[in-house]
Ligand binder design. Structure first.
Ligand code: BGC
Length: 379
């Protein structure tokens, strides 16, 4: 009887393992262990990414999979599909598989607190990836790009390329207020743009909140939040498109002609550019972006998007995996600074960013091996 019980338990365990592997690639989530290490169900490093619906995060998945080929540790990548509930479920799944390290880019920085607190209870080391998890002690490390520098690069690009003279209409757009990065990007852009708004070079076209704060060089989180409340895209191309249409419909003719547009990332930039590109009263526009998504590189080659801020995801992945491996070996990972997440100073490793426009697409993205020339036309 005892023997039978043991055999049954073993059979059930084998069956569950087979089912788990079979279910892992269901389109919403992917479990592409970098190696055979997940034999027996044990996973060393769990990776949770926010959504498959944006090419930015599919890029990260691909770069993780490249990096994982060479690791001896077992890993699993799950996607949260823009839902904090799904994200928590993903973290719980990974906890049940015995992970020691969790690498997570949260969908919503504050809501993810509950998920990482559950991980912390199990002594799992938590690494926030690209997006900081806020208002919790349960985050140990943060690997990130210099997000203020992203916004500064966007703002400076508009100043350098929007033409001479005064009174250039400036359309402002921002990321999702649930993402700490959206604040950092806007803060960086504001650092550069605010003096040029205050001296009349630019005229804000679509935000009364930004207009009322135009003489303030440094904005509080609350003030930034008020501007974001008016010009957020929620990182959603459709919402960006609708907002741009509404703004152009409301704009008087002196807010048209040659204009400048602060778009926070590539997905929103293409959507906004498509709207501005078809308005007969817009003669020209300069529009920013971020992520070097393939579709935006083609837009840049075609002259439909002005620039993108290239964040080399290969570096971020190497940093995150390097940190995870150090932790697994019982070593302390190297960090370069700290980020205040509202609850603690989180030790962080930060990477620089690069501005890419038509003239340096080839040198920065093709010659560096990030993309193949054959992926684009007209290069
Ligand atoms: C990332 C960007 C991305 C945006 C939307 C931000 O947190 O840093 O690279 O474009 O989220 O997903």
């Amino acid at each position: 009887m005892k023997k039978f019980k043991l055999v049954s338990v073993l059979l059930v365990a084998i069956l569950m393992a087979v089912v788990a592997v079979g279910c892992s690639d269901d389109g919403e989530t992917s479990a592409e262990g970098g190696n055979e290490g997940s034999k027996g169900g044990k996973v060393n490093i769990g990776i949770v990414l926010p959504t498959k619906d944006e090419p930015r995060w599919v890029q990260d998945e691909a770069r993780f999979n490249d990096a994982l080929k060479d690791t001896e540790y077992s890993t699993e990548i799950l996607f949260s599909q823009g839902s904090s509930a799904k994200e928590k479920e993903n973290v719980e799944t990974l906890i049940s598989k015995g992970i020691d390290v969790l690498i997570i880019a949260p969908h919503d920085g504050a809501a993810a607190g509950a998920a990482v607190e559950a991980a912390k209870k199990d002594d799992i080391t938590v690494i926030a990836y690209d997006r900081l998890i806020t208002d919790t002690d349960a985050v140990d490390y943060y690997v990130t790009f210099d997000s203020v520098a992203v916004g500064e690069a966007q703002g400076q690009y508009l100043i350098d390329n929007a033409g001479d003279g005064k009174g250039i209409p400036l359309y402002l757009y921002a990321g999702a207020a649930s993402d700490n990065n959206a604040f950092l990007f806007f803060e960086g852009a504001w650092n550069k743009l605010q003096p040029k708004i205050a001296d009349g070079t630019f005229v804000i076209a679509n935000s009364s909140e930004a207009e009322s704060l135009k003489d303030k060089a440094e904005l509080s989180r609350d003030e930034l939040g008020r501007i974001l409340g008016q010009v957020t895209t929620n990182w959603d191309p459709n919402e960006s498109k609708n907002k741009a249409q509404t703004h152009l419909t409301a704009a008087s003719t002196d807010l048209k002609g040659d204009v400048a547009i602060l778009a926070p990332n590539d997905g929103t930039s293409r959507a906004i550019a498509d709207v501005f590109g078809t308005d007969p009263d817009i003669s020209s526009f300069v529009v920013t972006g971020q992520d070097a998504e393939k579709a935006s590189i083609q837009y840049i080659i075609d002259g439909k998007q002005s620039m993108t801020v290239f964040k080399d995801v290969r570096t971020l992945v190497v940093d995150a995996m390097g940190m995870a491996v150090d932790i697994l070996k019982g070593e302390t990972p190297e960090t370069t600074g700290t980020y205040d997440n509202g609850s603690k100073e989180v030790s962080a490793k930060q990477t620089d960013v690069i501005v890419v426009e038509q003239k340096n697409v080839k040198s920065e993205l093709i010659d560096s091996g990030y993309y193949e020339a054959s992926e684009f036309s007209g290069l």
